[in-house]
Design a protein around this ligand. Structure first.
Ligand code: SAM
Ligand code: TMP
Length: 403
């Protein structure tokens, strides 16, 4: 049943039994991993693409949540720019107030703090929340939902901006989120969020954007329907190139802001591209199977030739690739990553060991699968020595390629 409107959800792909994508077990603690069925479908009524099974939120977002947003230079720049835009365009009244849902390690709010503007991060994962608190960012360790939003409204007053990046698509209970936004948002305020875009996922075959945390794959059409259902208007959309293609949605109370032409234009484009047609999703499923087949065939061939193949970037996305395609330590001996919390652990489900990224230049493997393809430019630049020494990158979206 659709989490937005209650209608029937038509399943279009089943990835089978999958582990939690961001839980990296210790090598001797792999027996009690949590698994669920990762299947995705589209609502026959409101067209919201969503998972069919929901993982309890405390299993995913807790004190040990290992994802640190500030790990990428490009993302640090992106969010500094986002904050500057809010300061310039929205936070201009006397004593303005901005709330961020899923503020993580403070990657966006850092710039707001520097400007001396009143702010609050709402971040349930205690470890990353503490990191931002240590930098003087104001943050509350809790889930954003109707109840916490009402509490914030009572203590801090209305928010001029409520912002969320790569977080709203993680939250199945959007009804409670919108009721919370309704309680907290100033009459003329905006609710702005950015998330991976279904249009890019379908076009680039980025099937690894589908995992436990990504409960929704938003389109402009489905977000507009959800906003309307919960008493708001979608007033603007903007495409972003980060994380493999995202859309930034601006939502306001009805009649408070003009609706830009971009909204209707993108919905028309989605219709033309067949983003409501079953055949589009069937084709996507066929592409996923083809890519996995090609990738495994390549890895087996390289292994047979005696080549050393590693992974780069222990991303949440890579859990779907390794577990759906059946890639274990026999095909990829280690995954290198810059996140200390992941080192000495193993990849969810596949149990490939995770080691510090310095291993790439120290051990000089023949090939590295770029699991963090969304940071391709930054990583290839950083790891130039690997390529200069003859190492080659393997990417698998939109197709399997060696470069
Ligand atoms: N905004 C950061 C970014 O774009 O890099 C962090 C994104 S991270 C993938 C998702 C974050 O959302 C996590 O830090 C998680 O703890 C947080 N989160 C999940 N559910 C939430 C909720 N109901 N309220 C607030 N934050 C939530
Ligand atoms: P993300 O795709 O969810 O942003 O996760 C990126 C992962 O890749 C994260 O675990 C950190 C890692 N990473 C590196 O190992 N080296 C890098 O240069 C970058 C940008 C990320």
């Amino acid at each position: 049943m659709c989490r937005i409107c209650g209608s029937t959800v038509g399943e279009f792909f089943d990835f089978g039994r999958q582990p939690l994508s961001d839980t990296f077990p210790e090598p001797d603690r792999v027996d009690d991993e949590f698994f669920f069925r990762l299947a995705v479908g589209i609502c026959e009524s409101c067209a919201m693409v969503q998972l069919l099974e929901e993982v309890p939120r405390d299993r995913m977002f807790h004190d040990g949540y290992p994802y640190h947003s500030s790990g990428s230079a490009r993302m640090r720049e992106h969010f500094a720019g986002t904050a500057r835009r809010f300061l310039r365009e929205e936070l201009t009244a006397d004593d303005p107030f901005i709330v961020e849902i899923g503020s993580n390690d403070g990657v966006m709010l850092r710039t707001i703090r520097d400007a001396g503007v009143r702010h609050l991060g709402v971040e349930p994962s205690g470890g990353v929340a503490d990191l931002s608190r240590a930098e003087g960012i104001r943050v509350v360790t809790t889930f954003f939902e109707e109840e916490s939003a009402r509490r914030i409204r009572a203590e801090d007053g209305p928010a001029d901006v409520i912002f969320a990046a790569n977080t709203i698509c993680h939250i199945p209970y959007l009804d409670s989120i919108f009721r919370g936004v309704d309680a907290l948002l100033a009459p003329g305020g905006v609710f702005v969020f950015e998330d991976p875009y279904l249009g890019d996922i379908l076009e680039l075959n980025t099937f690894d954007q589908i995992y436990d945390e990504h409960f929704y794959l938003f389109s402009v059409n489905s977000v507009r329907a959800a906003a309307r259902r919960f008493g708001f208007d979608l007033v603007d959309v903007q495409r972003l190139s980060v994380h493999g293609g995202e859309v930034r949605y601006t939502i306001a109370r009805p009649g408070t802001r003009p609706v830009t032409a971009a909204v209707e234009a993108m919905i028309a484009e989605e219709r033309e591209r067949g983003m409501l047609d079953h055949t589009t999703f069937e084709q996507f499923g066929a592409n996923v199977k083809r890519i996995c087949g090609d990738l495994v065939e390549l890895l087996r061939r390289l292994r047979a030739e005696g080549k050393r193949v590693v992974g780069y970037g222990a991303t949440a996305k890579s859990a779907t690739v390794t577990n759906y395609c059946g890639i274990g330590p026999d095909l990829v001996e280690v995954v290198y990553d810059t996140t200390p919390a992941k080192h000495g652990r193993v990849m969810p489900g596949s149990h490939i060991p995770v080691r510090p990224a310095s291993g790439l230049t120290e051990t000089r493997p023949d090939y590295a699968i770029l699991f963090a393809w969304n940071h391709e430019e930054e990583i290839k630049q950083k790891e130039k020595a690997f390529h200069d020494a003859g190492g080659r990158w393997i990417t698998y979206v939109p197709d399997v390629r060696i470069s």
